[in-house]
Design a binder for this molecule. Structure first.
Ligand SMILES: O=C(O)CCC(=O)C(=O)O
Length: 270
């Protein structure tokens, strides 16, 4: 399978179309809908409330399912994903997280952010595989990305608009940055660098879900990742010992330099 490595280098992201078949995607949809409707799980921080007016309380995201669900584990270390990572990274990938976003009609999105803010991988950064389980477009709240932003350091977070986002922090954009929608077919997988600014807007469709199965990865040269992402797995399913990355450190803020906005590392992460 040919992956557009140049696009990944220049834009910080690339879509691999049809990496998983329609039949596989239909099975994943059924599997995770059954799972969500039949209980609560570790990682359901806010709980599940089927009577709530908030669609995200009826269908909260699932987190780290691979730790207790074989289907999720098999997907996270699927050889097709491994083959793409080896092309993109030129190194062996390591797997650290799964998530399932249901994003039903009317659900809020997730404010623009950088995954590396959370994973704190050292040295290097993380990389995500975001697989569409439904066709994704602007109406149902597809992913939005700022191509080229992967060259930025981790930016200092600011408050997000929680009427549009279920998370409460975001990153400020410079005046010439504009998020772009990532239009995808179910079964496509979007790979993106951990510093790429991305997120999503609300699902404004009257009835359609926008489900996505997401994995976060690091490369074999990484020595540290935040505690939440341990244990770290190789693609053969065995675990590898990495150090726990500490919190804090510097973050970037936009400053004006002779009429141009540039990032200055003058902020401090909590
Ligand atoms: O799927 C979305 O709406 C956002 C997902 C995301 O930002 C992430 O996986 O880091």
């Amino acid at each position: 399978m040919q992956v557009d490595i140049q696009s990944f280098k220049e834009r910080g992201c690339v879509t691999v179309s049809g990496l998983f078949t329609n039949d596989e995607v239909a099975r994943y949809r059924q599997h995770f809908m059954d799972m969500r409707r039949s209980g609560t799980y570790p990682g359901d921080f806010g709980g599940v409330d089927m009577q709530s007016n908030d669609p995200l309380k009826r269908y909260p995201r699932l987190i780290h399912m691979h730790r207790w669900d074989q289907v999720s584990l098999d997907w996270m270390i699927d050889p097709r994903l491994g083959a793409v990572f080896r092309q993109l990274l030129g190194k062996e990938p390591l797997a650290v997280q799964t998530m399932l976003y249901f994003k039903p009609a009317g659900a809020r999105g997730q404010a623009l952010h950088q995954d590396q803010y959370y994973l704190r991988v050292q040295p290097g950064t993380c990389i995500a595989a975001w697989m569409a389980l439904d066709d994704c477009h602007e109406e149902n709240g597809c992913l939005q990305v700022v191509p080229g932003s992967h060259d930025l350091p981790v930016l200092c977070p600011v408050d997000a608009d929680t009427s549009e986002s279920f998370t409460d922090v975001t990153v400020p954009l410079s005046a010439n940055m504009q998020p772009e929608p990532v239009i995808m077919k179910a079964g496509d997988v979007f790979f993106f660098n951990g510093q790429l600014i991305h997120g999503s807007f609300p699902n404004r469709s009257p009835s359609r879900f926008r489900r996505a199965l997401i994995g976060h990865y690091i490369d074999a040269d990484a020595e540290q990742v935040a505690k939440y992402y341990h244990p770290v797995l190789r693609f053969d399913g065995t675990t590898v010992d990495l150090d726990v990355a500490k919190g804090g450190g510097q973050c970037g803020v936009w400053v004006d330099e002779d009429g141009t906005e540039v990032v200055e590392m003058s902020g401090q992460l909590a």
